[in-house]
Design a binder for this molecule. Sequence first.
Ligand code: ADP
Ligand code: MG
Length: 238
Amino acid sequence: MASISLKKLNKTYGALTVVHDIDLEIADKEFIILVGPSGCGKSTTLRMIAGLEEISGGELRIGGDLVNDVPSKDRDIAMVFQNYALYPHMTVYKNMAFGLQLRKAGRDFIDSQVQDAAKILDIAHLLNRKPKALSGGQRQRVALGRAMVRNPAVFLLDEPLSNLDAKLRGTMRAEISKLHKRLDATFIYVTHDQIEAMTMADRIVVMKDGHIQQVDTPQNLYDRPVNMFVAGFIGAPQ
Ligand code: ADP
Ligand code: MG
């Protein structure tokens, strides 16, 4: 079970509060998208869920367990970043295998996990290449593969497509949606792209200045925005 619960979650830097008392209940296997303008606290929220950022106040639960003080490596999550963050000196295979090696998984298990993920992501023919020999889309697939091999209950994706061109973004949107259905994991996905949010999400969380403005399905957000900010943001052209 990978339901996620945020209760009055806060993040402060000195006197500056960047995430204010966020309440959010995410169901097991839901595809949740956080949207909002640059600087509104999307990445900070995701990084607190990942355990990469200390929580200043409130409660974070994953699968019902309080995880405020659980280190990142002990949370059942994997994170995919915008800049891919691949190891340049390692092959694609090694990039995908590395996290499992660190966790002392067996060689046969690692190999089957890497081969399976590579097949699903259509990168099986690239396993011996180094990242610099890959296109942007291929690198993003490797980054997804690196997350997949661990079978995490929760995927956190921070603007994973924003470095890709428009056409590839469209393809990868569909791929990630397919992946979500296939993996049956909970996905929390950050973007500032309304089209991504409207086409991929089960529910969208609209943020502004560290506050949640509205949490709803794409259809309800579009039909019944609670304020002008939400209406403007959802309706704004790219
Ligand atoms: P988003 O991902 O929505 O663009 P972020 O979560 O990255 O926004 O940032 C939210 C706010 O927190 C921004 O105003 C940013 O400048 C601030 N912030 C992020 N990291 C730090 C930090 N280490 N120290 C101080 N302020 C920070
Ligand atoms: Mg961000």
